[in-house]
Design a protein around this ligand. Sequence first.
Ligand code: P6P
Length: 356
Amino acid sequence: MQVVKTLGQFIIEKQNDFPYAKGELSRLLRDIGIASKIVNREVNKAGLIDILGDAGTINIQGECQKKLDVYANEQFISALKSGGECCIVASEENDDIVYIDGEVSKNAKYIVAIDPLDGSSNIDVNVAVGTIFSIYRRKSTLGKATLTDVLQNGTQQVAAGYVIYGSSTMLVYTTGKGVNGFTLDPSIGEFCLSHPEMKIPENGTIYSINEGNYVHFPEGVKKYIKYCQVEDAETNRPYTSRYIGSMVADIHRNIIKGGIFLYPTTSAAPNGKLRLVYECNPMAFIIEQAGGRATDGFARILDKEVVSLHQRSAVFIGSKNMVKKVENYMSEYSAKTHDNEVEAKLEKLGVIGGID
Ligand code: P6P
């Protein structure tokens, strides 16, 4: 008889993997797991209650917030507040960082960056959506944590994970010792270990990109798309095109089957659409821990300098050899444009010279 291992049991078992934890990270992951179950309950019946559709508000991204976006954000912040292990939440749904006040939380050691409900435009059409989270230890030791504690680069993450609300609900996370996946068993209300030691195949035959933006893609991306479409039996081409429009779902599929997800710069998103702090960095940490690769076309995502809370980045992420292939095309056909852009952006942000 198969012995069920719950997320809670697994976290405790692996506690020694995490040098800092005196149960702190365990409690943090538990808090996120609890909020995920509450969000899952609402996502699964979104069509039955007045939680579909727009909340009538706009977030800092300029995107109309769905009622479930706002609900999910409230649930995660509330769970992290009551858990007492987190001092700041940086959320896609909040313009500024959210201080978790309270006697215990204000001295807590952890920062959580979160996209509470990614792909929420898919909710009304019953397509998989997800939550993405990233956990850092605060760098400051005295007084109130600040934005500087949040703007750490991706290599400083102590944990990262996602929840996918799909045909089943799964929580997948890493603390830097591999990637493990847990499927929610509604009959017992527990996430149970179902995908131990997840590894993404080094090669794949699925490419995932919104080809509606083709004309605005960098030349290197256009060349890569054409490469994917060429008939070549030896390299199993043409590849299959699959695009769900929900980053978590597209990347989760690629971890299981192999593949690459690409969100390049476009005319509508000259710096890329996806956010570095709470989408690209956590997913990059997970993918690298699963043996994959994640880049902005030129630089490793986890090494990118984080200069602002809602900073965007191009992202090419998935099977190692597929990402390397698109990087080759980018360096051959798009590098010049990229260097100038990077300089201009960093100058604008006041990060490098050009400012007297
Ligand atoms: P587009 C969802 O809105 C999201 O943030 C990601 O989950 C998804 O991969 C991407 O945007 C889809 O963007 O421009 O193709 O609709």
